[in-house]
Ligand binder design. Structure first.
Ligand code: SF4
Ligand code: SF4
Length: 164
């Protein structure tokens, strides 16, 4: 399947999941701590799509991203984050589309967004590693979402772009 079509389908499914969990979600523009620290695992096709977004940017934004790439640290901020906003939002990878939800990633294991510890998503229903609300009943790890598609290997963003 064409990746853009695949994304359309994924987005409409995720929209429903976010709607179902909306009482526990406080994501908003300018809230960017999930883009300031992480590994951002993504496949080759996702990287290529992100680069399409980068190419379409105004020069000023492009330069800001390039500076961020130069200063990028493993496990640190995503270089596409500019002024606390995603500069390539439409082209962002799957991990950024699913992040914010709580979902099952094993029979009895629930993955929650790490900002739960910052008093954000799910923090009102999360205690001692347990969540007191219904998670999405689908494993939304990128690897699982892409399990049936041939979209290339998955690496962390740092490993994709810091090749020097
Ligand atoms: S996932 Fe958490 S840190 Fe990221 S935008 Fe949503 S509330 Fe903010
Ligand atoms: S691609 Fe955009 S949404 Fe994803 S981590 Fe980077 S800045 Fe955040």
């Amino acid at each position: 399947m064409n990746y853009a079509d695949f994304l359309k389908k994924l987005d409409s499914k995720l929209e429903k999941y976010f709607e179902d969990q909306r009482t526990h979600i406080c994501c908003k523009i300018g809230c960017s701590s999930c883009c300031e620290k992480g590994d951002y695992p993504l496949s080759q096709i996702e990287l290529e799509y992100m680069m399409q977004g980068f190419i379409a940017l105004e020069n000023e934004q492009k330069q800001a991203v390039q500076t961020n790439v130069k200063n990028m640290q493993k496990g640190g901020a995503c270089p596409f984050l500019v002024n606390k906003k995603c500069s390539i939002y439409f082209y962002r990878p799957i991990i950024c589309r699913t992040h914010g939800l709580a979902y099952l990633c094993g029979e009895n294991t629930v993955k929650v967004p790490y900002c739960v510890n910052e008093g954000k998503n799910f923090s009102r229903v999360y205690k001692d590693g347990e969540i007191m609300s219904e998670p999405v009943k689908e494993n939304l790890d990128t690897q699982q979402i892409l399990a049936n598609y041939d979209y290339g290997e998955i690496r962390n963003l740092y490993d994709w772009i810091k090749t020097d």
